[in-house]
Design a protein around this ligand. Sequence first.
Ligand SMILES: [Zn+2]
Length: 753
Amino acid sequence: MINRREFVASAAAAAFAGGQQARAASGEPWYRRAYRWGQTNIVEKDPVRYDIGWWRRHWKATEVQALIINAGGIVAYYPSKFPLHHRAEFLNGRDLFGELTRAAHNDGIFVMARMDSNRAAEDFFKAHPDWFAVDIAGKPYRAADKYIACINSPYYDEYLPGVLREIIERSHPEGITDNSWAGMSRESICYCANCERKFHAKTGSALPRAADWDDPAYRKWILWNYERRIELWDFNNKVTQTAGGPDCIWSGMNSGSVSSQSRSFRDMREICRRAQIMMLDHQHRDDDTGFQQNGDTGKRVHGMLGWDKLAPESMAMYESGPGYYRLASKPAPEARMWMIAGIAGGIQPWWHYVSAYQEDRRMYDSPGPVMRWDKDNERYLVNRKPVATVGVVWSQRNTDFYGRNDPGERVDAPYTGFMHTLVRARIPYLPLHIDDLEREDENLKLLILPNVAAVSDAQADVLRRFVARGGSLFATGQSSLYDEWGDPRPDFALADLFGAHREGATPKLQGTTERQRGTRDRSTPDSHTYLRLTPELRGKVDGPEVGDEPAITGTRHPVLKGFERTDILAYGGTLMPLRVAPGAVVPLTFIPPFPTYPPETAWMRQPSTNIPGLVLSERGKSRIAYMPADLDRRYQHEHLPDHANLLANIVRWAAHDEIPLQVDGPGLIDCHMYTQSGRTILHLVNLTSAATWRAPLDELIPIGPVKVHIRATGQVNPSAQLLVSKGTRPVALSAGIASFEVPSILDHEVVVL
Ligand SMILES: [Zn+2]
């Protein structure tokens, strides 16, 4: 006989399974309450070896609140009524997805059904050849032995909605996600009849014959592709919400990398504007960007999504880089630090294994400690607002139309160089989408444009208004030298602010890049260049051939602090003459290339020029730094500390030293500062290790003591609470600065003030 307690429990489970528990008493829908996630990516062999009991214990041990469970798409893990929906080879009629979903619901865990939607086997292709993408010769695009469905075909408009409805009606997952919802990337143009017809109807043009960024049809094709993905996002949500209720949302997976989003036409800003939850498929670091890139991703995404929404991220527990071994455990410290770096940026952890059966069982031990810590401290990790006075501007349009076929070198390297610079200098910053500046600029003192070259007139006006209101600007490289299509402008759109004008015609962009000369190649003679640290040159400084001699005052500008013992800095790039406005200051000038080999020849043929490497000006309260020298990109490639120190000096000068945080003590520390209902929360991530710039990390090295000074706003509690080492520290308040010491940081520390 069933007792009352059991009856209540099973009634609750039944209600949950019916989707009724999707909204808690708080009124918050499930997708605002799922802080910890898990995913066992089911392989076709798993149906005969999936030990659901074991996994339920693992869910509990890792405190997951939501699971991603494979349902359908390329492979179905339930007996689908659609005959062409390929069932897993070892499924044998079993409803594995349904069983797992029921088990999760009985354990009070939300489920997002996972789709992997864009490929099908040969029988499907033969039944509906017109649903699949074809190249210019009419030959179907293939991925291994599968055919790729065209995103403009009834496969997406009719077939997939049927599958989504079937999954929802059978098993009532809380929502649906999709691994490859955005279809083919821009490397492949589809010439199927649907694409021909729809593109012509929308644009009046025929499909572009090739990828040519200067071809108007190709440009339209790029934008048309973006629009289609957004249309699909809305359409899929309509399908799932109609079938499963208003909280049964569809949220496709997205990369944390803007260039990767660009390649598959996923407009991060538009997606964030409509997503209820951002599902990030961004599983591991690479050596160039480090763990800190995950903190950057969190801040970037929340900047558009809002800090009240959640952004879980799939985090590989298997060896995922630089080696790729789906079934081998990633060293636990590497997995752990990627999780921590993401959490520091507002990301929700989500462990990810490929296959339900592992012989390298060590990976099962990796996520638990972080997940349990996350549970104990979850209230400090969500619904908080970042504190920063510096914004780093980015734009996906710039990635597309300026980055073209080489966004890594043109766009990502300068951005990442700045990210590393700011992390290294412990300057809190926010990644800011160029179209969100006006929403965010209240607290910002300084906007950084790391080679943001493709800028529209309207965007330039917004930047101008920011400066007119007293904000400062630090732009590098070719910032604002191209329009929103990547077409050259005769002069920088922001030349009036920069106090610098282009001399001579702006070159047209190539699709594939002229790689920046000298990058990682010290034998290239053109890269053996330097910058000369000048006494202040005031007045009119023209190009090398024209104009008056600059007036030399004999003192150096404060941005050159720390370089007193040198007159030159290694550079590595190339600079062109600029016309500098009266009143602007040029603290750095270009020293043209001279030989490196043989060493006897390594002397400067032209020790100085008037070609500016940095132009500084002030207008009212605003300080403007325009740095034609691409030291941000150089720093990303070469890691010369001089470059980072100089960039940080300029940031501090331009921000009038209004940086709300100072952290003293050795080590590389990524600092994230937040406010949350009157509290200040400081997340310090210790990136100091032997593997900082080369994965994988297998040893955590403690740092400390670390002295922290925070610009206090309002009342400050006399003690700071440490959420990792668990204890409190006395806080001294002096002249509006709250100071305290963190004795030691192993992996991270979170301080609550
Ligand atoms: Zn097509």
